[in-house]
Design a protein around this ligand. Structure first.
Ligand code: HEC
Ligand code: HEC
Ligand code: HEC
Ligand code: HEC
Ligand code: HEC
Ligand code: HEC
Ligand code: HEC
Ligand code: HEC
Ligand code: HEC
Ligand code: HEC
Ligand code: HEC
Length: 355
């Protein structure tokens, strides 16, 4: 298989680095024109089909032989309404006549991207010439937006946008364009994918974003909600809620203690934890049968979950944090866990609960 790398300007550059740019560019233009005219005279097809080689990176076989893909039908060409050529193979099979080595990586995975399984390689790839070395029409995210306008709309209209989803090649940083052993074409296991960037402190404007990897490593208790993935609570692309949360969740110290306000949690936890004043089963946070979740949370100006739980992980039992933020003050929360209950000192003097 021959490559056409000699036609790519970048490859000339290595040999002539010492020439001034202007001379170089003139030289390149002349050489390219020369090479094309050489081809054009060898290749009768280009007399009429110059458009196929218009862009500066040619697809390997295009430079040499149009009939490596277009098989003459024997009919006169060109002739209106008469097909002068047929394809050597149809759809993706045409591509795999040469790209046999890549075939496995492209289609032999558990999850295959629809346009790939349909053999629609040319929805994303230009077959003749391209401005992109991977012969794609344009880079992601724009390439993906040809078909995924829902995601484009979400990213355009949302108040909070995840930076990697908007960057050039961002989509393919998380998704394979062809296929993957992971659901949703992810390039790695979902939690590992998030932690591949969130294993360091990041910044957004002048805000520091917690190093979640380190936090989880140092936690004694990790919330089982994020055992496999982070998607239960975060949208990986964009959201109208702070922190890319899939559902709004009150983060200050106080909020109305309703079921709706804590929907993010009640997707997995039972609402009885909040709604029943007296219970023997709905929660372990109780004094006898008095539900202390109810006491603290279920009122007009209820305490938010955030006061007593760190959602990702904590050095303490039951995801209890070491400090609680009140404005700029980090209030220490002294929590002790006992066999039959626990106690806290912070908002109040030490108070104990016994089940
Ligand atoms: C004299 C001009 C001319 C030459 C030379 C020529 N073509 Fe064409 N070709 C045309 C025209 C005109 C059409 C019809 C364009 C259209 O329908 O848009 C066409 C259509 C095609 C098509 C699509 C329809 C079909 O017939 O299958 C293919 C593929 C094609 N040409 C390949 C080639 C190849 C390969 C060569 C060289 C072996 C070649 N052409 C040489 C003028 C030419
Ligand atoms: C790697 C395989 C391959 C090679 C080599 C190739 N083509 Fe094509 N060609 C295709 C495919 C596939 C299509 C259909 C494109 C589509 O569906 O978007 C096509 C479509 C065309 C068409 C019709 C549509 C159009 O884009 O105008 C013409 C004309 C054409 N080719 C001419 C040529 C000429 C001339 C050459 C050589 C300079 C050539 N092709 C080399 C694969 C190839
Ligand atoms: C006749 C052989 C042949 C056919 C058929 C063919 N290709 Fe290629 N393709 C090549 C060659 C040769 C190269 C250049 C490889 C290189 O530079 O290492 C190439 C390069 C590519 C590249 C850039 C690869 C890279 O590694 O950067 C892509 C993408 C590509 N082809 C896609 C396709 C698609 C899609 C089809 C089917 C529509 C197709 N090819 C059909 C021979 C072919
Ligand atoms: C949804 C768009 C899309 C479709 C459909 C698609 N590709 Fe690609 N392809 C890409 C992108 C994007 C890249 C560049 C990946 C990168 O830069 O890592 C690529 C890269 C390639 C490469 C270069 C080697 C590699 O894996 O990086 C080949 C070869 C290739 N594609 C062949 C195909 C073939 C054959 C088909 C059809 C079976 C196909 N592609 C369908 C988007 C697509
Ligand atoms: C030619 C149209 C097309 C393009 C371009 C395209 N996709 Fe898709 N994609 C689809 C279709 C069709 C589906 C299946 C949707 C469905 O079943 O609801 C899909 C599904 C997906 C899925 C979900 C897969 C699953 O298992 O549920 C992901 C992720 C995805 N695409 C990512 C991308 C990315 C990233 C790009 C850009 C590199 C891209 N797509 C470009 C057509 C396209
Ligand atoms: C930070 C990593 C990341 C980036 C960047 C990213 N995605 Fe995703 N995407 C995901 C994850 C994780 C999922 C799975 C969500 C789930 O299962 O709920 C997903 C799901 C999808 C789906 C399937 C949606 C569905 O409802 O099934 C599509 C389509 C998709 N992404 C396209 C894109 C496009 C297009 C881009 C670029 C604009 C992009 N993604 C950028 C991580 C990412
Ligand atoms: C390629 C690197 C990368 C990957 C992978 C990645 N992130 Fe991010 N994430 C960032 C960067 C950079 C920021 C800060 C800049 C921004 O979003 O504007 C960020 C910010 C965030 C934020 C805070 C957003 C805010 O506005 O408060 C959350 C939440 C987040 N990411 C969750 C995730 C989840 C969940 C995943 C896995 C699906 C993930 N990230 C994967 C790079 C990444
Ligand atoms: C049970 C829901 C939930 C799960 C699952 C979850 N998060 Fe969060 N995440 C939140 C909430 C709520 C916030 C808002 C700030 C806070 O309470 O720490 C947040 C905030 C963040 C932030 C921003 C932190 C900052 O300092 O601005 C990042 C980054 C983040 N999460 C990443 C992740 C990653 C990575 C995962 C998976 C390993 C994950 N989250 C899983 C609920 C969750
Ligand atoms: C994706 C499902 C899921 C979501 C969403 C979720 N959790 Fe959990 N959570 C679990 C599972 C599973 C457990 C372990 C079983 C149990 O204790 O119910 C757990 C346990 C807990 C525990 C007890 C931890 C311990 O070690 O005793 C707390 C506290 C908790 N979750 C708080 C929250 C809060 C606050 C929210 C909302 C921000 C939330 N959870 C959202 C799945 C979830
Ligand atoms: C005033 C502090 C406080 C607040 C506010 C609070 N919790 Fe808890 N929660 C606890 C304590 C303490 C435990 C551990 C009880 C034990 O096992 O001894 C706990 C346990 C849990 C558990 C484990 C199962 C159970 O009920 O024993 C879940 C789930 C939970 N809380 C969810 C939430 C949610 C959701 C919110 C907000 C709606 C919330 N908590 C608000 C203190 C609090
Ligand atoms: C954000 C402040 C705040 C935090 C944090 C807090 N509490 Fe309270 N707690 C209160 C207030 C205020 C009351 C008084 C009842 C009321 O006004 O709702 C109270 C009441 C109590 C009561 C008495 C309930 C009754 O009516 O008999 C107990 C027991 C208690 N808290 C235990 C705890 C435990 C254990 C923790 C730690 C896991 C804790 N509290 C964390 C604010 C807090």
């Amino acid at each position: 298989m021959k490559t056409n790398k000699k036609l790519i300007p970048g490859n000339f550059r290595c040999n002539f680095v010492k020439l001034s740019d202007i001379i170089l560019i003139t030289f390149l233009l002349l050489t390219q024109a020369f090479v094309f005219s050489q081809n054009a005279s060898d290749n009768k097809c280009l007399e009429c089909h110059k458009r196929t080689v218009k862009k500066h990176i040619l697809h390997g076989p295009v430079a040499d032989d149009c009939t490596s893909c277009h098989k003459p039908t024997g009919k006169k060409h060109p002739l209106e309404d008469v097909e002068g050529f047929a394809f050597l193979e149809e759809g993706a099979n045409l591509c795999f006549t040469c790209h046999d080595q890549e075939k496995n990586a492209i289609i032999n995975n558990k999850y295959v991207h629809k346009p790939v399984s349909r053999g629609e390689c040319t929805e994303c790839h230009e077959v003749h010439s391209s401005n992109d070395s991977k012969l794609i029409f344009t880079k992601s995210p724009d390439l993906c937006y040809f078909c995924h306008d829902k995601i484009e709309n979400a990213i355009e209209k949302s108040t909070v946008v995840h930076l990697p989803a908007t960057e050039v090649d961002g989509c393919i940083g998380c998704h394979s364009p062809h296929s993957s052993p992971q659901k949703k074409l992810l390039v790695s296991k979902p939690k590992e994918l998030c932690l591949s960037c969130h294993d360091k402190t990041l910044t957004k404007g002048d805000r520091q974003i917690t190093n979640i990897g380190k936090l989880l490593e140092e936690s004694k208790v990790v919330h089982p909600a994020l055992k496999k993935s982070c998607n239960a609570c975060h949208d990986p692309h964009a959201s109208n809620n702070k922190y890319l949360l899939t559902i709004a969740y009150p983060l200050g110290n106080y909020a109305k203690g309703t079921e709706e306000n804590y929907e993010l949690c009640f997707g997995c936890h039972d609402t009885d934890l909040l709604l029943l004043k007296r219970t023997k089963y709905a929660t372990e946070f109780r004094n006898g049968d008095l539900n202390l979740h109810y006491v603290h949370v279920n009122k007009e100006k209820g305490r938010t979950c955030n006061n007593c739980h760190s959602v990702h992980g904590s050095s303490r039992d039951h995801l209890i944090p070491e400090t609680v933020k009140f404005g700029n003050w980090d209030m220490p929360l002294v929590y002790k866990s006992f066999e039959d209950g626990g106690s806290c000192k912070g908002c109040h003097e030490e108070r104990r609960y016994t089940r």
